[in-house]
Design a protein around this ligand. Structure first.
Ligand code: NAI
Length: 483
């Protein structure tokens, strides 16, 4: 892809794969709107007051149809928006085209190289000479990380004249980040410092609990089937990790007729798996017998190349957990004599020389439900994205009041309950109302919150305030621990 910014007839910047897909994207956005009652309720409740008028919001979040509904909720509330994806494989090109044509500046396409990915991130943060965004919706923290690293480099450059050195790190992706910063520094040595000064806060698009369980229960089999069309029934499937994502994956595989084996480190999660009728073993116990392997641990180095060598011919190996290092892709790529046969994008057969048998790796070890399918369905994302809108509204409303210090805040339980409530009607639920007597008896307010903050959340929304405009954002520390 030639990396040049294009402009719509209205003058809005964009770079997407194919603008001719915009009508298709629009039709799917309209379908998704009906499945996203929380976001549509935000438009109805807050839209008339235009609370985001004057706010510039940058998003780094999978550029899917669901995200398109989020973006158009932010613009419906008055914001100006620039967007990139937070994953090189997750963009739905028709969604990107529709948003670029109709609503916001988008820089995203499916199958970006890492260079292209960081170019897109840079573009989404580029609000011109007035500085950067006021607010960021960040999934994973890459946009925030670029600002952090940029500020750090600008400070060193100002003091010593020294430019960042990409060869100072072994991490190929971080080399790209340092290269981008280095290349921009001489032309504009204060770009990221200006961004820092303008930035009010970040909300981190996190799904946890409800949405991971039900989202992955939907999207794991979707990804497996789109990528391989394999019959799940009768197969032996190994789910590494039995947290929320693992529970959703195991439930889907079991319901589809697979025999499911779980690997766990935590005795409580292991016991939960056993109580669901699943086996708990180690990967080594089952590596040569299973047909499908799914990593969901949030940890690294779960399936190594030495495991993969011992697997059955055409065993499927995929990750729906953390980033791209649960599966040892580097070890696989560097295995002497290994042959990669790309069946289609995001579905590769890797053949080992000793046995001439192969395994099928999905999405190059990255999140397979986004690489091979379309991620969580709209209804699940509506819960999470409604939290995002509420967090962004709160940060913007309180930007100058000092209400929020430079800290990470978890959205309070009553907002979580509000988001859940917005989704009940669509499913025909009728909620029981507490009597005053009952409320007193269990010591909760009639209107909620009904559970203590530590009780399982619908979805956790994090927001990071940078201290409000008066105290000025302080980015020296990394309040979200992105590194
Ligand atoms: P969690 O913490 O509830 O579950 C992870 C489980 O893995 C824990 O029970 C832990 O004990 C276990 N574990 C850790 N190391 C292990 C090892 N070496 N072997 C076996 N088990 C191990 O986390 P959750 O919410 O289930 O998320 C897991 C990962 O999935 C996270 O990285 C999260 O970011 C990612 N995620 C992916 C999504 C997607 O759409 N693909 C959506 C949401 C989360």
């Amino acid at each position: 892809m030639a990396l040049s910014v294009e402009k719509t007839a209205a003058g809005r910047e964009y770079k997407v794969k194919d603008m001719s897909q915009a009508d298709f994207g629009r039709l799917e956005i309209e379908l998704a709107e009906v499945e996203m009652p929380g976001l549509m309720a935000c438009r109805a409740e807050f839209g008339p007051a235009q609370p985001f008028k004057g706010a510039k919001i940058t998003g780094s979040l999978h550029m899917t149809i669901q995200t398109a509904v989020l973006i158009e909720t932010l613009t419906a509330l008055g914001a100006e928006v620039r967007w990139c994806s937070c994953n090189i494989f997750s963009t739905q090109d028709h969604a990107a085209a529709a948003i670029a044509r109709d609503s916001a500046a988008v820089f995203a396409w499916k199958g970006e190289t890492l260079q292209e990915y960081w170019w897109c991130t840079e573009r989404a943060l580029d609000w011109g000479p007035t500085g950067g965004p006021d607010l960021i919706v960040d999934d994973g923290g890459d946009a925030t990380l670029l600002i952090h690293e940029g500020v750090k480099a600008e400070e060193v450059y100002e003091k010593t004249g020294q430019l960042p050195d990409p060869s100072s790190t072994d991490n190929a992706e971080f080399q790209i980040v340092l290269t981008i910063i280095r290349d921009g520094l001489k032309a504009d040595p204060k770009k990221y410092t200006r961004m820092k000064e303008r930035l009010v806060g970040v909300s981190e698009e996190t799904t946890t609990g409800f949405d991971n369980l039900y989202g992955c229960r939907h999207s794991l089999p979707d990804g497996l089937m789109r990528a391989t069309d394999v019959m799940i029934a009768g197969k032996v499937a190994v789910v590494c990790g039995y947290g929320d994502v693992g529970k959703g994956c195991a439930a889907a595989l079991k319901q589809a007729g697979a025999r499911v084996i779980v690997t766990e480190i935590d005795p409580i999660c292991a016991l939960q798996a056993l109580m669901e009728g699943l086996q708990v073993l180690t990967l080594e116990d089952v590596v040569s017998e299973a047909d499908i392997f799914v990593t969901t641990t949030g940890n690294k180095d779960i399936i190594m190349v030495n495991h993969m060598r011992k697997m059955k011919n055409n065993a499927i190996v995929c990750n729906i957990g953390h980033f791209d290092n649960e599966i040892d892709m580097l070890g696989l790529e560097n295995y002497p004599g290994v042959k990669r046969i790309t069946i289609k994008p995001q579905t590769d057969r890797w053949v080992f020389p000793e046995t001439n048998t192969g395994i099928i790796v999905l999405a190059e070890g990255r999140l397979m439900n986004l690489g091979c399918a379309t991620g969580h369905p709209s209804f699940v994302m509506s819960c999470s994205f409604t939290n995002q809108v509420i967090a962004q509204l709160e940060l913007w409303k309180e930007k100058a009041t000092g209400k929020y210090e430079k800290k990470v805040y978890v959205l309070p339980k009553h907002l979580d309950e509000k988001v859940a409530a917005l989704h009940l009607g669509k499913l025909g639920a009728n909620l029981t109302k507490l009597t005053k007597d009952q409320a007193d008896y269990i010591s909760v307010p009639i209107e909620g919150p009904y559970k203590p903050p530590h009780y399982r959340s619908l979805c956790v929304g994090w927001m990071v305030s940078f201290g409000g405009k008066e105290t000025r954002p302080l980015l020296e520390e990394d309040p979200m621990g992105f590194e």
